[in-house]
Structures are given as structure tokens and as C-alpha cells.
Design a binder for this molecule. Structure first.
Ligand code: ACO
Length: 338
């Protein structure tokens, strides 16, 4: 069939400090019962003050490179997805590149939030198929904890998010039998910017009226913290994830029963259960990690891959279906054989 791309190695990393729901009860005026009932989250990992997004990305990347049986020097491109960058610019991919000591290779940052990882592997797949690159490191990494409103005002959002990173190596491969060979079958990418303000970080930003991108007023109003219309996000997430997953399977002539493992973005356990219900999926094939890590945005899918492999739920040769939805709104799906 020709040149394709495959996921050749997977790695993940979460910082050691764990915050159980009960650890947030006083800080956020919340309760374990409220969080578990509405989201399924039991705990999340939050970094210590010295750790940045590229630090988490580095650890996950080194593991993915090792698991792919490669040397660092084999990597010819880095694609990094995050909504919690080390700095506004340059992109966190450049900081990761310096930490990996891989000067001059191509670096690309992706800003598609919860959907960023699938956008990343889609771009990597196309670069690899074009023949220009052979081994692309695709990373999703987030440090949310430093950007959350850790007062009762922010409880509707701050209970949801955790810090972590996941990485894969997308490598060139020869695909002879598409029904058997390990490769990325398809990706579907979408966005609808008319919903941008339903889930966003308003400030700092150049769209603010005035001469400065940051002000005391912004801080007083808490506009430097994420804002979310949870109910709207919920409804659209279920609809769009189901839609793009169906489209990917239809394109490839694959039924849901053919899929061995569903690795969805981890925004909320209830969203994933609803997607499974709407599509009539076998829930035992849906692998969730949100209970232990919360929503790590761009990192949830590669982190889930790593944990699924560790748990023996994702094995070589398995057909995997992924779908994600997030801020933008953006949504995407991917179908790949491990
Ligand atoms: N602890 C206790 N009470 C809370 C908390 C909390 N952490 N947060 C909100 N509440 C209270 C509210 O103040 C409100 O109280 P009131 O009825 O007295 O006014 C009540 O709970 C209900 O608040 P809602 O915001 O309406 O809660 P909702 O039922 O919509 O649940 C949730 C919120 C869980 C976020 C839900 O909307 C949801 O799952 N949305 C999907 C969005 C999502 O998962 N986003 C994740 C990030 S985006 C992504 O990755 C796609």
C-alpha cells in the first residue's frame, strides 16, 4: 500500500504531588461527593512551584523515545500541544527542544487545547507520509495548577484539571496489509470558533481594550483564570465526539465492534459514558484515566495510551479509536492500529 505512519513508542509523566478531592474541600468550598458525582474525578497531580510544562514534556518524551527503541538523535521534528505554555512566546516546543538538546530540528507548537494531541498526530502523519520527516515526537503537556483560581470563586473549573504529559513517536512505516499492519488509518479535525468564548482564558491578551495586555482590573475580575459554560460544553462535547468518531469509522469501513480500545479525551467521565451510550459502544472497551489524573487537556490521550498499555488494555495489533473535544470549540478523531 505504501508509506504510512505508526505510533512507535509511548510515554507519560505526572508530577508526584497528588491532591485528593478532600484536599480541595476547604480551599475551593467543594466536596468529594460533588466532584465524584458530576465528573468522576477522585484525584489529580499538581506540580511543585519549580516545575514547568516543558519539564513534564521532557520526562514523557524521553520515555516515548526509549519505548520506540530510538535514540534522541533519531527524532527529526517536535510537535507540542499545550494550552498552558511555559511562556507566551516562544512556543513551549522550543523550550522542550533545548532540554532534549536537539538543536536545529523542526519544532511546531499546536494550540488546539483538549483536541491538540489529535491535531498533532494528524500533522505528524502527514509530514511522515510526505517523506520529509521520519520520526516525529508528538507531545501533549499541561501545567494547569498554576493557572487555576484556587478560591471558591473558581470551584466550578478548578476541581477539574490536573497536570501531566504524554508523548508518542510517530514513525515512518511500510503498510502492506492495512487490516493488520500497525499504522494511523485516518484523522478527522474540526473547529467552530463561534463558540470560542464558551470555554476560554480571556486575559492577558491583545484583544483587551487599552494599551496594556494586563491590568489590575483583569486581576480583580479574575479574567486571567479559565472561564467555562459547563452545560454548553457538555452538550457539544457529546454530540461532536460521537459525530467525528462515527465519521472516521465510516470512512475506513470499520464498525465500533471492530475497535479494540476507545481512548477518549478525559474531560468528564459523564461525557465519555454518554458518548458510549449514544453510540452503543461496549463500555468495557472505553479506557478512562480521569479518576486518577483529572483533565490534563492535551495530555489526556497519550497519557491514557501509556496507562492502557501498562494495564494490558492496549496491545500490539489492537485497533484504537480516539476522539476529543475542547476549547475553540475544536474536536477531532483518530483511528489507528497499534
Ligand atoms: N463544588 C461544589 N459545588 C459546586 C462546584 C464545586 N466544585 N462547582 C459548582 N458548584 C455548584 C454551583 O455553585 C451551583 O450551585 P447552585 O445550584 O446553588 O447555584 C451548582 O453546583 C451547579 O453548578 P453548575 O455549574 O450548574 O454545575 P453543573 O451541573 O453544570 O456541573 C460541570 C458542572 C461538572 C463542570 C458540568 O457542567 C460539566 O461536566 N460540563 C462539561 C464541561 C467539562 O467537563 N469541562 C472540562 C473542561 S473542557 C474539556 O476538556 C472539553
Amino acid at each position: 500500500m505504501g508509506i504510512g505512519s505508526r505510533i512507535a513508542g509511548v510515554g507519560s509523566f505526572v508530577p508526584p504531588r497528588v491532591y485528593e478531592n478532600k484536599d480541595l474541600e476547604e480551599m475551593l468550598d467543594t466536596s468529594h461527593e460533588w466532584i465524584i458525582q458530576r465528573t468522576g474525578i477522585e484525584r489529580r497531580h499538581w506540580v511543585d512551584p519549580k516545575t514547568s510544562t516543558s519539564d513534564l514534556a521532557l520526562e514523557a518524551s524521553l520515555k516515548a523515545i526509549k519505548n520506540a527503541g530510538l535514540e534522541k538523535s533519531d527524532i527529526d521534528m517536535i510537535i507540542l500541544a499545550t494550552l498552558s505554555p511555559d511562556h507566551d512566546f516562544p512556543g513551549t516546543g522550543c523550550f522542550l527542544q533545548a532540554k532534549l538538546d536537539l538543536p536545529t530540528i523542526t519544532v511546531l507548537d499546536i494550540r488546539q487545547q483538549c483536541t491538540g494531541f489529535i491535531y498533532g498526530i494528524s500533522v505528524a502523519d502527514k509530514f511522515v507520509k510526505s517523506g520529509s520527516h521520519k520520526n516525529i515526537l508528538v507531545v501533549g503537556a499541561e501545567v494547569h495548577s498554576k493557572g487555576l483560581d484556587k478560591t471558591p470563586r473558581g470551584r466550578g473549573v478548578s476541581v477539574l484539571f490536573g497536570d501531566g504529559a504524554g508523548a508518542v513517536i510517530v514513525s515512518q512505516t511500510e503498510v502492506n496489509d492495512p487490516l493488520v499492519d500497525s499504522h494511523i488509518l485516518t484523522t478527522h479535525l474540526h473547529a467552530d470558533g463561534s463558540f470560542a468564548k464558551e470555554l476560554w482564558l480571556p486575559a492577558p491578551g491583545m484583544a483587551f481594550e487599552g494599551n496594556e495586555r494586563f491590568s489590575q482590573e483583569i486581576i480583580d475580575e479574575g479574567l486571567h483564570y479559565p472561564q467555562m459554560n459547563g452545560k454548553v460544553v457538555f452538550v457539544h462535547a457529546v454530540k461532536r465526539m460521537a459525530e467525528c468518531l462515527t465519521a472516521a469509522c465510516k470512512e475506513m469501513g470499520v464498525s465500533f465492534a471492530d475497535v479494540d480500545c476507545f481512548l477518549f479525551h478525559q474531560a468528564n467521565l459523564r461525557i465519555n459514558s454518554k458518548v458510549a451510550e449514544v453510540l452503543g459502544l461496549d463500555e468495557s472497551k472505553v479506557f478512562n484515566t480521569i479518576q486518577d489524573y483529572g483533565n490534563t487537556t492535551a495530555a489526556t490521550i497519550p497519557l491514557g495510551m501509556d496507562k492502557a498499555i501498562e494495564a494490558g488494555k492496549l496491545k500490539k495489533g489492537d485497533l484504537v479509536a480516539s476522539a476529543a473535544f475542547g476549547s475553540g470549540f475544536t474536536w477531532a478523531s483518530a483511528l489507528w492500529r497499534y
